[in-house]
Write a protein that binds this ligand. Structure first.
Ligand code: GDP
Ligand code: IMO
Ligand code: MG
Length: 438
């Protein structure tokens, strides 16, 4: 565990020209905060997968005032006005949501013009995808996925079944209109709903004035920039266990949220991604349905929810809370090739007398090292816990590792030992400056 990152300026030197930021759990690990911090050091910040199901929160202290930003489609580097942000081909984009984010930024004095580029190959997420998402969830009755109802699954379904509409199609409006009409009519018939096609076309026609200048071949742009020595930070969305292949299927999202998805979602090869930073909350949370073996239903779960303000950044739903699950994070380290970890929300444990860590799974009495593919098996898994002493001190003012109470330091060192991966960043509060480098 030799990697050490002692300050922000160290990041590019130690982590390399291209890095991926991966969620190691079920999303909401605090990816946005590290992306914002590291964006000060990187030239290009790119989203490669997902859509507005993501909610990435950034809190900035400015002149004694705390400002909060939540991004759904916009890469979290956008607050740095000298940085280029890219929304890659692997994403699904709802234009009204994107325009809303651009407008909110404008109202806060941040201009995205000439700094945001959208792949001509990214798929459009249209109004009818959201309606279908709602209908599909409704029809599942007791087996709902608990989606964000942002239309993600249906948009990716159109993409994979080769009937999607891409950003580049917008540039030839008559072709776009024809495709939209065909798709909307087909979906209305299949699912039995009403949809105002002309209104949807007008929304996109009006939007074109603003966004047509943003639509480019982002793959070519990234490669050209990379060859010129520009640095690239790829911002993951969701988390490893929401990945369509590697997650707790079918309680997952519809994209590849892991490092492989970053490559296909930008047209960027794996051998150019030099390091992968895994974001790991000091405990585990999950929004939506699906298995969660270390979930706490009692007082401690509520304590984590309250102290950690665990409410979804996209839907406002309360997040389910539980102890850290080492097995699932180790799986995430393998799948993403994680070389460095950002432990987040360590401050939330303040006041916990005892802290538990889920360290192994047993299925029918046998040790298993991976999340079983069968959810029936996963439901039967028994977790073994390691219990550690907590701390009472407020750690949010800690600037370096040695400022942390001994029990807190021991918790971090134990995690490093269990994960066999260095913890180079430790989040001790919501704000940009509340991060220890190590
Ligand atoms: P993301 O989706 O992975 O970017 O994470 P979200 O923004 O959805 O959720 C993380 C939440 O935790 C946000 O409200 C952040 O402001 C907050 N957060 C991030 N890091 C820390 C930390 O170290 N301490 C505390 N207390 N909050 C944090
Ligand atoms: P960020 O990037 C947490 C979850 C939903 C649901 C499942 C499928 O903020 O970490 P979808 O709408 O994608 O079809 O929903 O995935 N989910 C997330 N949970 N954070 C996210 O993103 C999520 N994006 C999707 O709650 O369980
Ligand atoms: Mg989130």
């Amino acid at each position: 565990m030799t990697l050490q990152i002692t300050n922000e300026a160290d990041c590019v030197k130690k982590l390399g020209q291209v890095i991926y930021i991966a969620g190691t759990q079920w999303g909401d690990e605090g990816k946005g905060k590290l992306v914002d911090i590291l964006s000060a050091q990187y030239d290009i910040i790119a989203r490669s997968a997902g859509g507005a199901n993501a909610g990435h929160t950034i809190c900035v202290n400015e002149g004694g005032e705390s400002k909060k930003f939540v991004f759904h489609l916009m890469p979290s580097g956008i607050l740095h006005d000298d940085k280029i942000c890219i929304i890659g081909n692997g994403t699904v984009i709802n234009i009204p949501t994107l325009l809303e984010e651009i407008n909110e930024l404008k109202e806060k004095g941040i201009d995205v013009h000439n700094r945001i580029f959208i792949s001509d190959r990214a798929h459009l997420l249209l109004g009818y995808h959201k309606i279908i998402d709602g209908i599909q969830e409704e029809r599942k009755k007791g087996k709902k996925v608990g989606t964000t109802l942002r239309g993600i699954g249906p948009a990716y379904t159109d993409k994979i079944s080769r009937q999607g509409i891409r950003m580049g199609d917008l540039l030839n409006f008559s072709t776009f209109a024809e495709k939209l009409r065909t798709n909307a009519e087909k979906h209305m018939k299949t699912y039995g709903f009403e949809f105002d096609i002309e209104k949807e076309l007008n929304i996109h026609k009006d939007a074109l004035d603003i966004i047509q200048g943003y639509i480019i071949n982002t793959t070519e742009y990234i490669h050209k920039s990379h060859k010129k020595g520009k640095t690239v930070l790829i911002e993951g969305a969701q988390g490893t266990h929401l990945d369509i292949d590697h997650g707790t299927y079918p309680y997952v999202t519809s994209s590849n949220t892991t490092c492989g998805g970053a490559c296909t979602g930008l047209g960027f090869p794996p051998n150019k991604i030099e390091n992968v930073v895994g974001i790991m909350k000091a405990y585990t949370t999950r929004v939506g349905e699906g298995p969660f073996p270390t979930e706490l239903g009692d007082i401690e779960g509520k304590m984590l929810q309250d102290q950690g303000a665990e409410y979804g950044a996209t839907t406002g739903r309360p997040r389910r809370c539980g102890w850290l699950d080492i097995i699932s994070v180790k799986n995430a380290i393998d799948i993403n090739g994680i070389t460095s970890i950002n432990l987040t929300k360590l401050d939330v444990f303040g006041g916990f007398k005892k802290i538990k860590i889920g360290i192994s799974y047993k299925l029918d009495g046998e040790m298993v090292n991976y999340i079983p593919s069968s959810l029936d098996d996963f439901d039967k898994v028994k977790v073994d816990y390691l219990e550690m002493d907590g701390w009472t001190e407020d750690i949010s003012k800690a600037k370096k590792f040695s400022d942390l109470p001994k029990n807190c330091q021991d918790y971090v060192k134990k995690l490093e030992e269990l994960l066999e991966t260095p913890i180079n960043f430790i989040g001790v509060g919501v704000h940009r400056d509340e991060m220890i480098f190590r």
